[in-house]
Design a protein around this ligand. Structure first.
Ligand code: UDP
Length: 139
């Protein structure tokens, strides 16, 4: 995946609370092109692998349970400076610390159930996009 791409998920809370449309609207209105997208559900094995970097953290079990409890929307997005600009658009991990107008400020309910994921580096964007999408699903 090129360096102008990032990977996102609308997490189970965002889907459950009916925010898919509003979140996608804010993403596309902010200049991101959708390269790939699907409604899917992660298995426990998927979530443990996706968040393996956090496996020693105290919140890991809760995070895996949360991320597998219902469907997510997974997507690859394209824009100049995609990773950094998308992290700005979603805001801080903890919605109480997220800037006004950011997706997490508007739609997250807690530090754990924070509505969206955004890759934190070009390398992870590539790994995470490939985790969810085959090359032929990327447009
Ligand atoms: N998380 C949590 N408790 C914490 C920190 C993080 O439940 O104290 C969850 C939260 O859903 C977060 C994810 O773990 O989005 C990954 O954490 P990270 O620090 O990578 O934050 P992000 O990059 O998603 O902002």
């Amino acid at each position: 995946m090129a360096a102008n791409r990032t990977f996102t998920m609308i997490k189970p809370d965002g889907v459950e609370n009916g925010h898919i449309g509003a979140i996608l609207d804010q993403i596309t209105a902010s200049g991101f092109r959708i390269v790939a997208m699907k409604l899917t559900q992660m298995t426990t094995r998927d979530a443990e692998a996706f968040y393996a970097v956090h496996k020693e953290r105290p919140f890991f079990g809760e995070l895996v349970e949360f991320m597998t409890r219902g469907p997510i929307v997974a997507a690859i997005l394209e824009k100049d400076n995609a990773v950094e600009d998308f992290r700005t658009l979603i805001g801080a991990t903890n919605p109480e610390e997220a800037a006004e107008g950011t997706i997490r400020k508007k739609f997250a309910t807690s530090i754990g159930e924070n509505a969206v994921h955004g890759s934190d580096s070009d390398e992870n964007a590539q790994i995470e996009g490939a985790f969810h999408f085959a090359g032929r699903e990327q447009f």
